[in-house]
Write a protein that binds this ligand. Structure first.
Ligand SMILES: [Zn+2]
Length: 119
């Protein structure tokens, strides 16, 4: 299982990692991530991880936002209902800025693919 784990603070991160490693020697740690959030691949279950001292929250890795916030992800869709990106409450504003504002407001926005070729 792939898990996104949030710890209480950076000082307990290593002891939580050690706690997982103690029970699952083959666990894989994702080196990316901020001081209080990290991803692991382990055979341990949700409740086994949750029981480790210092763990504040555990989210299934495929439900966690790819931005590394440790929040649940959801789909950002435009005014036509077209999928744009996975976001969470922490990064939605930031990711919206990468798109033209009108695609979220006007279902009839100009789409580049529909521009007629000029022969
Ligand atoms: Zn996010």
């Amino acid at each position: 299982m792939h898990w996104c784990i949030k710890v209480k603070d950076a000082s307990v991160k290593q002891s939580v990692i050690d706690g997982i490693k103690y029970r699952d020697f083959d666990m894989q740690l994702d080196p990316e991530g901020n001081p209080v959030i990290f991803w692991v691949d382990t055979v341990l279950s949700y409740s086994e991880i949750k029981d480790i001292k210092g763990v504040e929250d555990v989210i299934s890795g495929n439900k966690a936002c790819p931005c590394g916030s440790g929040e649940y992800k959801y789909e950002l869709v435009d005014a036509r209902g077209i999928f744009c990106a996975y976001v969470c409450s922490k990064c939605e504003d930031e990711k919206r800025k990468k798109y033209r504002i009108e695609i979220f407001e006007d279902p009839n926005y100009q789409c580049d693919e529909q521009v007629e070729a000029d022969y």
